[in-house]
Structures are given as C-alpha cells and as structure tokens.
Design a binder for this molecule. Structure first.
Ligand SMILES: Cc1cc2nc3c(=O)[nH]c(=O)nc-3n(C[C@H](O)[C@H](O)[C@H](O)COP(=O)(O)OP(=O)(O)OC[C@H]3O[C@@H](n4cnc5c(N)ncnc54)[C@H](O)[C@@H]3O)c2cc1C
Length: 452
C-alpha cells in the first residue's frame, strides 16, 4: 500500500518520465514509441545481456502495420531480416492420411485493409532491431541486470524498486515483464511464481534445414492427430520451424532423446513430419510447458501510475502466433494515449490516459486470449470433431470430417478478419509499401537443400 512507501522528492523534468519493467518485445516496442514522442524512458531488464535465444516468430500484418507507423526503417529492418509468409497459403492436414482438411489465405485479409504481409523473423534479430531502435534515440535507455521487484505509488510519482536495493522514480511504470510479471504480482496481490495456470499442453520446438515440396504455395501447415498436433512453418533460408504439441501433465520429463520420443509419437504420420524430425539436430530441440491465464476482468491492468502490457497483461496460448503481436498493439496504443499528455500532467490526467489505453485494449486482447485457447482445444480434440467418435458407423467419419472442415475452414477467414484490423489512426492510414521479402530463389534453395 501507499502508506508503507517512503517519500522521495521528485526532481522536476522537462518531459514525462516512463519506467518500463522488462525489455522483451513489448517493453522495447513501447520504449521506442514513447521516445519518438519525446518521453524520457528507462527500460529495466533483468537479464545481464541480450543473448541469442528462441526461434523464429511471426510478426503478423496487424502488428507490422503499427510498427511501420512507429518507425519505417525499423519495419524495413524486420522485413529485410525476415521472410514473408503471408504471400502463400496456410492449411490444416490430417496427420495420418496427409489429406488436406482446409486451406486459408492470410494475404487477402491483409491486402483488403492495406496492411503489410505477415513475416517470420528470428526472435533474436527482432529483439536486436527493437533494441537498436531504442538505443539510437537514447543510448542509455536500456539498463540490463536490473530486476524490478516492486513499486510504490505516490501522488506525484511512482518509485520503482530494483533487486539491488536501489529505487528509481518515474511518472509512470509500465509492467512489461512477461507472463511471470513481478509488477502484476504486486498489483493483484499474488505470488509471481504461481500467477499463471498450466494449459495442459507441452510444446517441443526447433528449427531445421528443410524445404517442403510445396513451399512456393504453402508457408504454414498444421498436421492434426489424436490429442497431439504438429506445426511446420517455412522461415526462410531453406529452414523450417516446427512445433509439436502434446497433452501432458505439467513438469513431465522426457526420458532419453527428445527426437526419438517424438519420432515414436508421430510414427505413421505424414512422411513430411518424419522427414522434418529426421532433419533436426537433437541439441536444437527446446521443450516447455505452456501457461496462460483467463483475462483479468476483476483486477484489471492499472494501479494508479502503474500499468501492464503484453504477456504481463494477457498471457495466451501460442496457437494464433499473436502474443507478441498483441504486445506491439498495446505498445502503440499506450504510446498514443500517453502522447496526449503534457509534461506537467496531473495525477488524474495520467490515470485517465492509462484508463483510455486499458479501455481500448482490454476487450480485443480478451477475445484473442479466448480464440487462442479455443483453437488450442479444437486442435487437440480434432478426432472428436472430425469423426464424432462414431467411427464404428461406416461413413460417419467422412460426414463429421466434412462438417469439421466446413467449421474450421469457414471460421478461419472470420478470425483473420477480426485479427487483421488497421489500428493506425484513420487519418494516417496508407497503403503498405513494405517489400514482400525473399521467396524468389526457392528452386535454388530446394535443390541445394536436397543435396545436403
Ligand atoms: C512456443 C511459442 C511460440 C510463440 N510464437 C509467437 C509468434 O509466432 N508470434 C507472436 O506474436 N507471439 C508468439 N509467441 C508469444 C510471444 O513470445 C509473447 O507473447 C511475447 O514475447 C510477449 O512479449 P512481452 O514483452 O510481453 O514479454 P517477454 O517477451 O516475455 O519479455 C519480458 C521481459 O521481461 C524481463 N523480465 C521479467 N521479469 C522481470 C523483472 N522482474 N524485472 C525486469 N525484467 C524482467 C524478461 O527477461 C524479458 O526480457 C509465442 C510464444 C511461445 C511460447
């Protein structure tokens, strides 16, 4: 509570000072956007340095449009380092029979709204592009080895408490410290270590050298099976990123080699799934339990001068590839709301700006959390949806499979229509001119990949 916080004098500054807890995707994006608007920004990141970690990530059309509006050259760097996937179709296949269940087009809904096409980019490259964008505007804005452990709200400022015992003061604190957020833990009066719930699903992932036969037409495929599914996405430079999702209890250990375990789990599946697993190095495979949370309807995202953003505000399942994209949308919206404040904004005005941000973001992110959860359940219960559990009756499998295909195939365009909106202020909307980076040399890449 406020009464137990020691008083410190706030120095008078020319622009509002914003402290950001967490220098991940959302934290760096909001820092970059706020610096552009003239704010004094500090990012406190717990890691000692940005190490290359994590595979490729989809930056979808809705998020790329906002990054483009924040800074054109940042977006060009992402497009140049990444690979366009929105210029080809995505689809769902039956894992065992390899038959197409449905296909959908992510490019058309983007083009309809003048949005750039979805790209995939290696997470470390994306992180580096965002960090460079921040540092180019304020060389000392990012402080590494700085773990935020709490905060104290005061009438005219907020104190940010760091693990090393020091305190920094700011006008606003943004909690962008991810799914296990310490800022949210204090705001909601809960323990950070138990503040997310296990989804029931375990995920293995890796990137390997592999080029599909149909890479020029299809960039993203989901193979469905009973209580498990496999996702393969072209990520450029002759590589595929894959995910294997299995229903398992939290903390399940995999005995022996992960690839051997997965090969047996996906035994008899599409030859492509087996080929991709065979092309993967054991050391490349990462495994993790997946956690999420229902929307924080009662507790919200704001405590006086403190506000949540990204996974701290709305942890979600990764199925839609929208967690980071929602963090970028948050960053854009929060920077716009705070951008309306003058440098001597009162406590009430700051609070109102944070409330405007929450009002604009809460409903949309809650729906995306719900859609991600729903699609995850739907994919896991594929057999039931496809066959209705009545395989014993000849012909029913085909009937339910058709119904399932109509439901999934028919709902995907609606989901994409909802996701791919242009949140850039209407007056500033423009036609996307982000180049559709490399897909041209596939024939060569395919040939050399087959030789290796
Ligand atoms: C398997 C998988 C695949 C995914 N694929 C996609 C995809 O394709 N597209 C997409 O958009 N999203 C994807 N996501 C989701 C995406 O990774 C997250 O939504 C995104 O990283 C959230 O950004 P964030 O900044 O909120 O949190 P994070 O990126 O987690 O960043 C939080 C940062 O805060 C730091 N930190 C934590 N605690 C503290 C503290 N107390 N003090 C200071 N610093 C702290 C951390 O070190 C970290 O740097 C995927 C997620 C998973 C698990």
């Amino acid at each position: 509570g406020q009464s137990s916080c020691p008083r410190r004098r706030q120095t008078v500054v020319a622009s509002l000072k914003v402290a950001v807890a967490g220098g991940g995707l959302g934290g760096l994006a909001v820092a970059g956007a706020l610096l552009q608007k003239g704010f004094d920004v500090r990012v406190y990141e717990q890691a000692s340095s940005y190490k290359p970690f994590g595979g490729p990530i989809q930056v979808q059309s809705n998020a790329l449009a906002l990054l483009q509006d924040i800074n054109e050259s940042l977006t060009r760097a992402i497009s140049a380092d990444g690979t366009a996937t929105g210029n080809r179709k995505s689809g769902i296949k039956d894992g065992l029979s390899d038959a197409w269940y449905c296909q959908f087009d992510t490019g058309a809904p983007a083009k309809k709204r003048n949005l750039p096409l979805t790209h995939v980019i290696d997470r470390p490259k994306l992180q580096e592009a965002l960090a460079k964008f921040v540092i180019s505007q304020s060389p000392r804005a990012i402080r590494t080895s700085s773990r935020v452990v709490g905060y104290c709200n005061h009438a005219d400022h907020v104190d940010v408490l760091l693990e090393n015992g020091t305190t920094e003061s700011a006008d606003v604190l943004v909690g962008a410290d991810g799914i296990w957020s310490s800022v949210r833990a204090q705001m909601h009066g809960e323990d950070a270590r138990s503040s997310a719930s296990y989804s029931g699903y375990h995920c293995f992932t890796a990137t390997c050298k592999y080029v599909s036969e149909d890479v020029d037409e299809i960039s993203y495929k989901i193979y469905l099976g009973k209580k498990q599914y496999f996702v393969a996405s072209d990520v450029g430079q002759g590589r595929v990123q894959w995910y294997a999702f299995l229903g398992r209890p939290a903390g399940s250990e995999t005995q022996g080699e992960k690839l051997g375990f997965l090969s047996s789990k996906f035994d008899g599946w599409s030859p492509e799934v087996q080929e991709i697993l065979n092309a993967t190095e054991e050391g490349e495979v990462e495994a993790r339990d997946l956690y999420d949370r229902a929307p924080f309807v009662r507790k919200g995202w704001i405590d006086e001068r403190v506000v949540l953003l990204g996974d701290a505000a709305h942890p979600m399942m990764p199925n839609l590839g929208q967690g980071g994209c929602m963090a970028f949308e948050d960053a854009y919206t929060l920077a716009s709301s705070l951008g309306e404040l003058g440098s001597n904004a009162s406590r009430d005005q700051v609070h109102q700006a944070l409330e405007r941000y929450q009002r604009k973001r809460f409903g949309r992110t809650a729906i995306v959390q719900g859609l991600a959860q729903m699609s995850s359940n739907l994919l896991f219960h594929y057999e039931r949806l496809a066959t209705g559990g009545v395989q014993a009756f000849l012909g029913w499998g085909v009937f339910w499979s058709t119904i399932g295909s109509v439901i999934v195939g028919g709902s995907m365009p609606l989901v994409l229509d909802f996701l791919y909106v242009n949140l850039v202020d209407a007056t500033e909307q423009r036609t996307s001119d982000i180049p559709e980076s490399p897909t041209k040399a596939w024939a060569t890449v395919k040939a050399s990949s087959r030789q290796n």
